[in-house]
Design a protein around this ligand. Structure first.
Ligand SMILES: [Zn+2]
Length: 227
C-alpha cells in the first residue's frame, strides 16, 4: 500500500527511455530491453572492438553490448549509471549481457571478473564504481567471481580529453597496478568497463594483467560509440 502510494507520487521511470515503469518492470522497461541497439560483437572474432586492440594488447576476445549514439537512449542509460547515483543500471546491464555472453565460447571460461578501477577519490565522490556494478550483474549470469581489489588505480590522471592517443596511453600506463600477482596467475580474466572509446585504459589494464601472469584477458563493455 505504502509502495503503491509512493509510486503514485514518485513513479519509477526507465533509466533508458524515461517512461514510467510497470509494476513488474525493474530499472529498464521491457520495450528498451528488446529494442536496445545490440552490436552482437561477442558472436564474432575480429569485430570492431577487438580491432581496437590489434597490435596493442593480445586480448582473447573483446566486445561491447550496445551501440552508443549521441542523444540516444543508451547515452541516457550511461549518464544515469555514471551521474545519477544509479548503480542498479550497471547491474541490470550486466545481467542482460551476461545472459548473452554465456552462449559465447570466447567468454564462458572466464574465472575472474575485474572492473576497471576508478581513482579512489572519484569513487568516494560517486559512491560506487559503475564498472563494478556492471561486473556484479555479469557475475550473476556467468560462473565467475568479481574481484574489486586486484586491479587498482594509483594516482589521478587529470583530464585526458585533450591528449593524443599515445599521450593518453602513457598517462594511464603509469597509474594502474595489480596488487597481488598470485591472484591472477594462470587465470582467465574478464575485464569490464562501461564505455570503450579508444581502448587505451583497457589496453593498459590488459598489459598489467598479462604481465602479472594471467592466462588470458577478455573484455566486455556496456557500450561502444556507433560509427
Ligand atoms: Zn525504456
Amino acid at each position: 500500500m505504502f509502495n503503491s502510494l509512493l509510486h503514485l507520487f514518485f513513479p519509477r521511470i526507465c533509466a533508458s527511455c524515461n517512461e514510467v515503469l510497470l509494476r513488474k518492470e525493474a530499472v529498464i522497461c521491457l520495450t528498451c530491453r528488446y529494442t536496445f541497439p545490440r552490436t552482437n560483437f561477442h558472436l564474432y572474432q575480429g569485430n570492431p572492438v577487438e580491432q581496437l586492440f590489434w597490435g596493442r594488447a593480445p586480448v582473447k576476445a573483446a566486445a561491447a553490448f550496445l551501440y552508443f549514439r549521441k542523444d540516444g537512449n543508451v547515452q541516457e542509460l550511461i549518464y544515469a549509471l555514471k551521474y545519477k547515483n544509479a548503480p542498479e543500471v550497471g547491474e541490470e546491464m550486466g545481467k542482460l549481457y551476461g545472459q548473452e555472453l554465456k552462449e559465447s565460447n570466447y567468454y564462458n571460461d572466464s574465472e575472474l571478473i575485474l572492473p576497471v578501477p576508478l581513482h579512489p577519490d572519484k569513487q568516494r565522490i560517486r559512491g560506487y564504481n559503475q564498472s563494478e556494478s556492471f561486473a556484479r550483474g555479469l557475475s550473476q549470469r556467468l560462473p565467475a567471481s568479481v574481484e574489486n581489489d586486484i586491479l587498482m588505480k594509483r594516482d589521478a590522471t587529470g583530464s585526458q580529453t585533450r591528449r593524443s592517443r599515445f599521450a593518453r596511453w602513457q598517462n594511464v600506463e603509469s597509474v594502474f597496478e595489480v596488487t597481488d600477482n598470485r591472484r591472477v596467475a594462470n587465470k582467465n580474466i574478464l575485464l569490464v568497463d562501461d564505455v570503450v572509446t579508444t581502448g587505451a585504459t583497457l589496453e593498459s589494464c590488459t598489459q598489467h594483467l598479462l604481465h602479472a601472469g594471467a592466462n588470458s584477458v577478455s573484455i566486455a563493455c556496456i557500450a561502444v560509440p556507433y560509427k
